[in-house]
Design a protein around this ligand. Structure first.
Ligand code: CAA
Ligand code: NAD
Length: 291
C-alpha cells in the first residue's frame, strides 16, 4: 500500500507544516483541530508559507504552483474525518496522557490498514503504540521546525514496528521532500538528545548569571556557525514544549543531570511567555520576526 491520504492531528507550529509538506508531495491531507480558531490560524499559516514559496520561486525565475497544493488540504473539527486515511500523523500538545487518549480513539476509529505516527519530541513511541492497539503499525515521524525548511525527518521504530510499516513511513518522509534517518525509540531520538540538553545548559548559564541571553546567542552563532543561538531557538521551538520535554525526561530519568530543569524556563512558562508563538519568550516577537 502506498500512502495517498494523510491525516494530521493538530494544526499548530508543527502540524500546519506537516500538512503542507505532505500536500506538496502529492498526498491528499485532512488536518484536524479542536477549535475553529486554531484551525483558521493553522490554515492561514499554510497560505502564507505557500505564497512565500511561490514568490521565492518567481524571483529565481522558476515556478511554484501553490493553488493545487492548497486544494489538496482540508480542515476539520471531526476526528471521524481521519477514518479512511492511510497514515495519521499526530502533532498535538506534548502531553503523553492526551496523546495516549487520542491514539486509543484513533485505534477504534480508523480503517484497519491505517498507519499511525507521532511527531513527539520526547515521549516513548512504544507507549503510544500500545495505547493505539496497533503496535506493529506505529512509528515516530519526527519533523523539525520550521517543517517547510528543515530537511530532516527522524523515523523511529519500536521493537514491534513491522519492517513494511517502517519502509512506508520512510518513503513518506521522502515524499515530503525530507532526508529520513532511522532512529531507535530512545529519549530524544538523535537530535533532541543532543539539542535539548544544550538549550537547557544555556539557560542554566543564564540562571547562574554567567552571561546574558543575547551574548550566549551571539557566541554560538559567530563562534560555532549555528543559524540561531540557544535562546532564539528555544523561543522558536516554544518554551512550553521545551519544558514539557524536560519534565517528561526528569520523571523517567531523575538522576540524569543533563535533563535538570532550569529555573528561568519554569518562570517564563508560568508567566505565559512561551516564545515566538505568544509574542514574548527570551525575546519579544512580532509575528515571525524578533523585535
Ligand atoms: N515557508 C516558506 N518559506 C519560508 C518559511 C516558511 N514557513 N519561513 C521562512 N521562509 C523563507 C523566507 O522567506 C526566506 O526566503 P528568502 O531566502 O527568499 O528571503 C528563507 O526561507 C529563509 O528564511 P529567513 O530569512 O527567515 O531566515 P534564515 O535564513 O535565518 O533561516 C531558519 C531560517 C531556516 C529557520 C534558520 O534560522 C535555521 O535553520 N534555524 C535553526 C532551526 C532549527 O534548529 N530547528 C530545529 C528546532 S528543534 C526541533 O524542531 C525538534 C523538536 O522536537 C523541538
Ligand atoms: P503547538 O502548541 O504549536 O500546536 C499544537 C496544536 O495541537 C494546537 O493548535 C492545539 O489546538 C492542537 N491540539 C491539542 N490537542 C488536540 C487534540 N486532542 N486534537 C486536535 N488538536 C489538538 O505545538 P507544536 O509546537 O506544533 O508541537 C506539536 C508536537 O510536535 C509536540 O508533540 C511537540 O513536542 C512536537 N514537536 C515540536 C517542535 C517545535 O519546534 N515546536 C518540533 C518537533 C516536534
Amino acid at each position: 500500500m502506498s500512502i495517498k491520504k494523510v491525516g494530521v492531528v493538530g494544526c499548530g507550529l508543527m502540524g500546519h507544516g506537516i500538512a503542507q509538506v505532505a500536500a506538496q508531495g502529492g498526498c491528499t491531507v485532512v488536518v484536524v483541530e479542536t477549535e475553529q480558531k486554531f484551525l483558521d490560524t493553522g490554515l492561514a499559516r499554510i497560505d502564507k508559507s505557500l505564497s512565500k514559496m511561490a514568490e521565492k520561486a518567481k524571483e529565481k525565475g522558476g515556478n511554484f504552483e501553490a493553488a493545487p497544493v492548497r486544494a489538496r488540504i482540508s480542515g476539520s473539527l471531526e476526528r471521524k474525518s481521519l477514518a479512511d486515511c492511510d497514515l495519521v500523523v499526530e502533532a498535538i500538545v506534548e502531553d503523553l496522557g492526551v496523546k495516549n487518549k487520542l491514539f486509543a480513539e484513533l485505534g477504534a476509529l480508523c480503517k484497519k490498514e491505517t498507519i499511525f505516527a507521532s511527531n513527539t519530541s520526547s515521549f516513548p513511541i512504544a507507549e503510544m503504540a500500545k495505547a493505539s492497539g496497533r503496535p506493529s503499525q506505529f512509528v515516530g515521524l519526527h519533523f523539525f521546525n520550521p517543517v517547510q525548511l528543515m530537511k530532516l525527518v527522524e523515523v523511529v521504530r519500536t521493537d514491534a514496528t513491522s519492517e513494511e510499516v517502517f519502509a512506508q513511513a520512510r518513503a513518506f518522509g521522502e515524499t515530503c521532500g525530507k532526508s529520513p534517518v532511522a532512529c531507535k525509540d530512545t529519549p530524544g531520538f538523535v537530535v533532541n538528545r543532543l539539542l535539548v540538553p544544550y538549550m537547557a545548559e544555556a539557560m542554566k548559564m543564564l540562571d547562574r548569571g554567567d552571561a546574558s541571553a543575547q551574548d550566549i546567542d551571539t557566541a554560538m552563532k559567530f563562534g560555532c556557525g549555528y543559524p540561531m543561538g540557544p535562546f532564539e531557538l528555544t523561543d522558536y521551538v516554544g518554551l512550553d514544549t521545551t519544558l514539557s520535554i524536560l519534565q517528561g525526561w526528569v520523571k523517567r530519568y531523575p538522576n540524569e543531570p543533563a535533563f535538570k530543569i532550569p529555573a528561568v524556563l519554569e518562570k517564563l512558562v508560568n508567566e505565559k511567555k512561551l516564545g515566538r508563538k505568544s509574542g514574548q519568550g527570551f525575546y519579544k516577537w512580532e509575528g515571525d520576526k524578533r523585535t
